[in-house]
Design a protein around this ligand. Structure first.
Ligand SMILES: Cc1cc2nc3c(=O)[nH]c(=O)nc-3n(C[C@H](O)[C@H](O)[C@H](O)COP(=O)(O)OP(=O)(O)OC[C@H]3O[C@@H](n4cnc5c(N)ncnc54)[C@H](O)[C@@H]3O)c2cc1C
Length: 396
């Protein structure tokens, strides 16, 4: 039985998934999360390819199947709500732009928390403020005033990772902005909307507004817009809401209702659309996992799968090395590098495809969507499949 102690920063997807595997391999695990609890919010995230095997090995496929969103697909609509093109979920065997297993991010985080909370110490409302890596462990100082020593520390704390800033340096050198921002939040259900389709409205200037019905009371709103760089504080949600009101003011379809709902949304989330690229994900006793080390961006549709697979590999290599972080971290980097590189390749069109700048380009996107869903072109949509399977899982 291994008694090594591991501190994980971040309790969304990567952190609890790693906690699960480390506990199963005999490590003593603590998770520190800056939010007061498991954060709600977000749209549907995809579980693709090898990540489905990881979830099956965790025994959570039943919960995921129970809670996944049942969508018939997504459709683009004009300012009057008329559909201009659509992408049915049934195309490309669940490995196209719409995945077979899509689940609201908050629901997946709840499932992972539920399967770990009895065996792992979770500390909410706290964060790491200093790390000192030494021969016998990492001395960690917390915002709450505690000081403790752990054998290993893992940053699973997202794109703006605090652990990465402390152990690897400022985020500017690692975050590659893709020229867009996105916001997600819960809004009241909209009368007259088909509950089985995710509808999106594109506006010239590179703006998109999407509504995904959730039940008869609520829907998930998404606002994604192009911007070379609005300097907005990542922690100031009032400033972010003011920016959205300014950017989307005057747009049609259901955008006015979306903006109205934004101010009081219980789970407002706003961030840059970007990727994290790093030459190494480990340094001394510290490692990075998920978006903190290799965010692929929401456009990839593979960020959640990457973090689930990364958690399995990192914990497995630590167990295989008997807790010796040197060889374990080297094997983690080696196992994950090719898979991460594949998953960070964006689908055709990338940001331009999702957020065209002109009315003509929006029409062109509709035409190409209508062509793509026809046989024999629909097999091109399986492009995601190869990437999501680009790693072989060891048994550990
Ligand atoms: C609220 C929310 C909504 C999201 N919605 C979507 C979505 O709709 N679509 C999509 O593709 N992706 C979404 N994401 C991102 C998605 O979860 C990730 O891309 C992917 O699942 C990998 O997850 P992760 O655990 O590595 O990072 P994240 O999911 O970003 O989680 C990082 C966690 O670390 C916590 N944290 C941050 N800084 C610190 C700190 N200094 N100390 C301690 N804890 C810290 C955060 O509160 C968060 O709980 C969302 C993330 C969040 C947090």
């Amino acid at each position: 039985m291994n008694k090594n102690t591991v501190l994980i920063s971040g309790a969304s997807i990567a952190g609890p998934a790693l906690a699960y595997w480390l506990h199963r391999h005999g490590f003593a695990v603590t998770v520190v999360e800056r939010a007061p609890g498991i954060r709600p919010g977000g749209h549907a995230v995809d579980i693709r390819g090898v990540a489905k095997d990881v979830c099956a090995r965790m025994g959570i496929m039943g919960q995921i199947t129970r809670d996944r969103v049942h969508e018939e697909g997504f459709a683009w609509v004009d300012a009057d709500g008329r559909r201009t093109s659509e992408m049915p979920a049934s195309l490309a065997g669940g490995e196209g732009l719409v995945a077979e297993y899509e689940i609201l991010r908050g629901d997946l985080a709840d499932i992972l928390y539920d399967v770990t909370r009895a065996d792992v110490e979770y500390r909410f409302g706290d964060r790491i403020t200093a790390l000192a890596d030494g021969a016998d462990g990492v001395k960690v100082e917390f915002r709450s005033g505690r000081t403790e020593v752990y054998d290993l520390v893992v940053g699973a704390d997202g794109v703006h990772s605090g652990v990465r800033a402390l152990a690897f340096g400022p985020e500017e050198q690692f975050i590659r902005q893709l020229g867009a921002y996105t916001a997600y939040y819960t809004m009241p259900a909209q009368a007259g909307m088909d509950p089985h389709w995710f509808l999106m409205h594109g506006v010239p200037g590179g703006r998109c507004a999407g509504i995904r019905p959730e039940n008869d009371r609520t829907a998930k709103a998404m606002l994604t817009f192009r911007s070379a760089g609005h300097a907005v504080d990542p922690r100031d949600s009032d400033a972010q809401k003011r920016l959205l009101a300014q950017v989307y003011g005057g747009d049609g379809w259901r955008v006015p209702a979306m903006l109205d709902a934004m101010w009081d949304a219980p789970d407002f989330y706003f961030d840059v659309v970007g990727q994290v690229h790093m030459p190494h994900w480990t340094s001394g006793r510290v490692a990075l996992l998920g978006d903190a080390g290799y965010c692929a961006s929401p456009i990839s549709g593979l960020g959640t799968s990457l973090s689930l697979v990364g958690a399995y590999v990192l914990a497995g290599e630590l167990a295989a090395a008997g807790g010796d972080h040197g060889p374990a971290y080297a094997a983690y980097e080696e196992q994950m590098r090719g898979y991460v590189t594949q998953c960070q390749k964006l689908p055709p069109g990338g940001v331009n495809g999702m957020l065209p700048m002109s009315a003509g380009a929006i029409r062109l996107r509709d035409v190409s969507t209508r062509i793509m869903i026809r046989r024999p072109f629909s097999r091109l949509l399986r492009l995601q499949a190869g990437k999501a399977d680009a790693i072989s899982l060891k048994a550990y």
